[in-house]
Design a protein around this ligand. Structure first.
Ligand code: IVH
Length: 666
């Protein structure tokens, strides 16, 4: 596709999405996906100005009228806002304003800003003639909107008459119609099975306002906040700043949003952005960002407008954590322990700056609960760095929900539930290639034998070519085996060989963990290695000996005994031994261990080490790391921004170490 074709494609796509959004109230992509399309088009147009099409959506305010309502021409165009997605972009906007003012040599008494939450609803223009509500119109295409006067009159927050003695003769008050979260939830819950649920609060507000049957609107509990005005004619000057305008409309009988603030400088604005980012989810209604506006009207006029938006205002949008996309297919992955997990393969969608193409479905009960299958449009959410999950189906396109497969997708053996009450289906074939692949990846992972470079693609390839059939085969691999893999150069192959060699020296605890024995995690592996000191002693340990150890219970002990009872396991261990793998745990030199029997708690952000590294250092010096502070804690190692654990330590008079103190002790 060349640039021209890409631009045409983007224009078609944006127009299609506009239609779904504005005319059908049924968008199928998220705001951030939509913004990404527009941003790409803007960037291409900037680089190729000669290719800009007159009918490009960037050349007009988006939003088309639907033919069901009478048209109303706005007295002044209803513009939109430029979006920013980072504090850096907000600072750039601010710098541009300052430069603009300086260049024009304007004397500025007050460069202050009003910051308001950006309510996620739809824009409405209310025209008051001599203080009486005359018409109400949606934004439409910015020039001409839809007449929704009768619908608007049912909204309690909208004043029918301005409660002031001498109202302006003409006053076009603009604001946002929205639906609060609680109303949205109960509206969707009340819809019967045949009725389509609203994807979000904004669509619900738009669909509820634009109803031919006004009594439906009246029952939808819509709300309204004022945010701006268009034309105003008045004998007296009533206000000369945005802040005073807001106070004036309040006197006229409108409610104002909470969390509207007046700021004198950019740093205060940036702090407020952080404050609202944490606060936004606790508000009763959805906001998708903040709007920052120059306060003085005289300055607003100097700074001016583009044909789409004012230059004196900007929207800061919070990073989206949710997005809507389509499930292309559902596949089933086999884990290391044989448990099969359903995974949704998605049409790629951008979410908080990352492209997402997979989401977890947890298990087959979850699939049934969500009533989800390939083809459905779904809402996905990503919390932190974890793999995103599917929250709900927003548009059911498939007949039924996805059913668990009868057999393992890898080795075709029959899948079973180990116990009737268990949710998980498992493949119990010990030779299953998919499970083996996961075993190898676990064996090579950072916290196990740490073989850098032995990743998924390489392992898949080696298994497919029958180069590794047991874990021990890893140590039989030579450079030649790697060079057969596509894109593998000599350097990469020799690095991998070196990493494999190095892994032989890892302590016993890592090797135990690397085996991936059921229920045996890192902590238990450390304990077992410390207690038994070498592999043979561990293999020989009886069930009774095992359960005598603190932290080792029946389930774990049984699992260990079952593992070592397998002939092929013992054979693999012998092969590893022969290949030169270390089978012992280094003993602490009691005299030199600096933190012998000392208990540490880590808190805050450490800069010099990861948590894992700090823990290993402490353990190598005979100490241990626990999660919570108690009177038995000896030291709290506190990094930056430490919180409640640090306060607790102070309260209990526990020795607190800075990172520098810790280093000195070492
Ligand atoms: S000021 C020139 N303030 O966001 C536009 N708009 O993306 C002046 N919105 O069309 C609007 N909350 O519908 C303003 N506090 C707020 C807002 C707000 C929501 C909407 C409004 C506008 C859209 C632009």
């Amino acid at each position: 596709m060349n640039v021209r074709q890409r631009m045409d494609f983007l224009i078609d796509e944006i127009n299609k999405q506009d239609k779904l959004y504005y005319q059908k109230n049924a968008p199928i992509i998220s705001d951030s996906q939509y913004d990404a399309l527009v941003q790409e088009l803007i960037a291409l147009e900037r680089e190729n100005p000669d290719l800009i099409r007159k009918d490009s959506p960037t050349q007009k305010v988006s939003g088309n009228r639907s033919s069901t309502f009478a048209p109303i021409k706005h007295l002044a165009p209803m513009l939109s806002l430029d979006n920013t997605y980072s504090k850096d972009e907000v600072v750039s906007w601010y710098d541009r304003i300052v430069k603009n003012i300086e260049a024009k040599n304007i004397e500025v008494k007050n460069l202050d800003f009003v910051v308001e939450p950006k309510v996620d609803g739809l824009s409405l223009s209310l025209l008051y003639v001599d203080g009486k509500l005359s018409t109400a119109a949606t934004r439409g295409d910015g020039e001409i909107g839809e007449d929704v006067t009768e619908n608007a009159k049912t909204i309690k927050d909208i004043a029918q008459v301005l409660e002031t003695r001498q109202p302006p003769s003409l006053f076009d008050i603009r604001g946002e119609v929205y639906m609060d979260k609680q109303t949205f939830e109960s509206l969707n819950a009340d819809l019967t099975d045949g009725q389509k649920k609203f994807a979000n609060e904004r669509n619900a507000a738009s669909g509820s306002l634009r109803q031919k049957n006004v009594s439906i609107t009246a029952h939808r509990n819509l709300k309204f906040f004022v945010h701006s005005f268009g034309k105003m004619e008045s004998k007296k000057v009533l206000f000369s700043t945005h802040w005073d305008f807001l106070q004036y409309v309040k006197k006229c009988g409108f409610k104002l949003q909470e969390n509207i603030k007046l700021f004198k400088n950019i740093d205060e604005i940036l702090n407020f952005i952080d404050e609202m980012a944490t606060k936004k989810d606790s508000l009763g209604y959805e906001i998708d960002g903040l709007v920052i506006k120059v306060n003085e009207f005289s300055l607003q006029n100097e700074i001016g407008y583009t044909n789409k938006s004012p230059k004196w205002a900007v929207a800061y949008k919070f990073a989206a954590k949710q997005a809507i996309t389509k499930i292309i297919s559902i596949s089933v992955a086999v884990g290391r322990t044989g448990v099969v997990t359903p995974i949704a393969n998605l049409e790629p969608v951008s979410l908080a700056g990352v492209t997402i193409s997979h989401a977890t479905l947890h298990n087959f009960e979850e699939i049934q609960r969500l009533n989800v299958n390939a083809g459905d449009e779904v809402l996905i959410e990503r919390a932190g760095e974890v793999i995103p999950k599917i929250i709900k189906v927003v548009e059911k396109r498939s007949e039924d929900f996805f059913k668990p497969p009868q057999e393992c997708p890898s080795c075709k053996s029959k899948l079973i539930k180990e116990k009737e009450e268990e949710v998980a289906y498992r493949c119990i074939n010990p030779d299953c290639p998919a499970q083996f692949e996961r075993h190898v990846l676990h064996f090579a992972s950072k916290n196990a034998l740490d073989i850098d470079g032995l990743g998924k693609a390489v392992v898949k390839n080696l298994i497919a070519k029958d180069k590794i059939k047991t874990l021990a085969d890893i140590y039989k691999l030579g450079e030649k085996d790697f060079l057969e893999i596509e894109l593998f150069k000599e350097k990469k192959a020799s690095n991998l060989i070196e990493a494999i060699q190095k892994s032989k020296m890892r302590p016993l605890s890592k090797l135990i963990f690397a085996f991936g024995i059921r229920h045996v995690g890192q902590r238990a592996s450390d304990t077992l290695a410390d207690v038994f000191g070498n592999m043979d002693a561990l293999i020989a340990a009886s069930f009774e000996e095992l359960i005598k150890i603190d932290e080792i219970g029946d389930v774990l002990a049984l699992s260990l005994k079952e593992f070592f009872a397998q002939a092929q396991v013992i054979k693999m261990i012998e092969t590893l031994k022969a290949a030169g793998l270390n089978m012992t745990q280094p003993r602490q030199n009691i005299n030199s261990a600096k933190f012998l029997q000392k208990t540490f708690v880590l808190t805050g952000e450490l800069e010099k080490w990861t948590r894992q590294q700090a823990t290993e250092i402490i353990k190598s010096e005979g100490g241990k790391v626990v999660n919570s502070v108690s009177k038995n804690t000896d030291f709290v190692l506190a990094g930056k921004n430490a919180g409640s654990k640090l306060s607790k330590a102070k309260e209990l008079n526990i020795k607190i170490l800075t990172q520098e103190d810790f280093e000195k002790l070492l």
